[in-house]
Write a protein that binds this ligand. Structure first.
Ligand code: AMP
Ligand code: ZN
Ligand code: FE
Ligand code: FE
Length: 283
């Protein structure tokens, strides 16, 4: 049983269409795949309709969240939401607001790049995003196409989208996110909690606070986690009574990680499904 609980498609910043991701998942030998595009459920219907026999789809999303420390410092973090009701008005509105913010900040990032002489237009980025939940990888790919940087990864260095041209978006307070997902019948998984190359990460004490607030699980096996980070995450999960998952965070050609590169234990998967109101989708 091979289970990958975190993937992206062209509904956000992945490069495979939902239907092509489903076909790729089956070819790769996955049995269960969660679709977790950033702040959107737009890919669910296409994925469900294209589901090959033998593959189970766990509909989900990756919510852009923020944790505000007592001293006012803000740390961005990603929360996977699985098996929630996509028609829940409060959650759908929260995601729509983040997508609107994503669009405005992407336009401003491109304007800043253009002002500094980068050969780029907003239309080139919009063409890549195709109305999806737009993210820095779309801008990165446009910069690669223009030969400004050699790879998407290089575009994420601090002198480009990693820091200099990075603009914050209006993320969801992480405690609100946990409540929103639970009220919509879903379960929550704290994604790549120790991926430091994306910026500051929260302390173990914050993870304990999230667990107290009802967080269900935490991603231990993620391509951006070192062996030490995996061990430390496992330890804090055990202390806090959190389930632990593994997943590829597949983005197609926007990243080098292969689909199914990391996996979730079938028992953990069963426990997550048991906590959710809705059931995974089978062909
Ligand atoms: P955004 O959501 O617009 O802030 O962009 C963040 C997205 O970019 C996340 O989905 C990351 O997976 C992706 N990302 C972050 N760093 C890199 C990198 N070095 N190469 C490719 N994608 C990245
Ligand atoms: Zn992404
Ligand atoms: Fe993420
Ligand atoms: Fe992701």
């Amino acid at each position: 049983m091979r289970i990958d609980l975190h993937t992206h498609t062209t509904s956000s910043d992945g490069t495979l269409r939902p239907r092509d991701l489903m076909a790729h998942a089956r070819e790769t030998g996955l049995d269960i795949i969660a679709l977790t595009d950033h702040d959107t459920t737009a890919g669910w219907v296409e994925a469900a309709e294209a589901l090959p026999p033998g593959l189970t789809l766990v509909p989900g999303a990756e919510l852009s969240c923020r944790y505000t420390a007592p001293d006012g410092r803000v740390i961005g973090l990603h929360m996977l939401a699985l098996l929630f009701d996509p028609t829940d008005a409060a959650l759908a509105t929260a995601m729509r607001d983040v997508r609107t913010s994503r669009l405005h900040r992407a336009e401003r990032m491109v304007a800043a790049l253009v002002a500094d002489g980068a050969p780029l237009t907003w239309d080139e980025v919009a063409e890549r995003a195709q109305g999806a939940s737009v993210g820095r990888p779309h801008i990165a790919a446009a910069l690669v196409a223009r030969g400004v940087v050699p790879t998407v990864d290089a575009a994420f260095r601090s002198e480009w989208l990693g820091e200099r041209y990075r603009i914050e978006k209006a993320d969801i307070d992480v405690f609100d996110a946990i409540d929103l997902v639970h009220n919509a019948g879903g379960v929550t998984v704290f994604a790549h909690p120790r991926a430091e190359k994306r910026g500051a990460v929260v302390t173990d004490a914050v993870i304990a606070e999230l667990a107290d607030a009802g967080l269900d699980a935490i991603e231990v096996d993620h391509p951006d986690h070192t062996a030490d980070q995996r061990a430390a995450t496992s330890a804090v999960a055990k202390e806090c009574g959190l389930l632990t998952t593994g997943s590829s965070d597949f983005h197609g050609s926007h990243k080098t990680t292969k689909l199914g590169a990391e996996a979730t234990d079938p028992e953990v998967y069963a426990a997550l499904v048991a906590r959710a109101d809705s059931v995974p989708i089978r062909a």
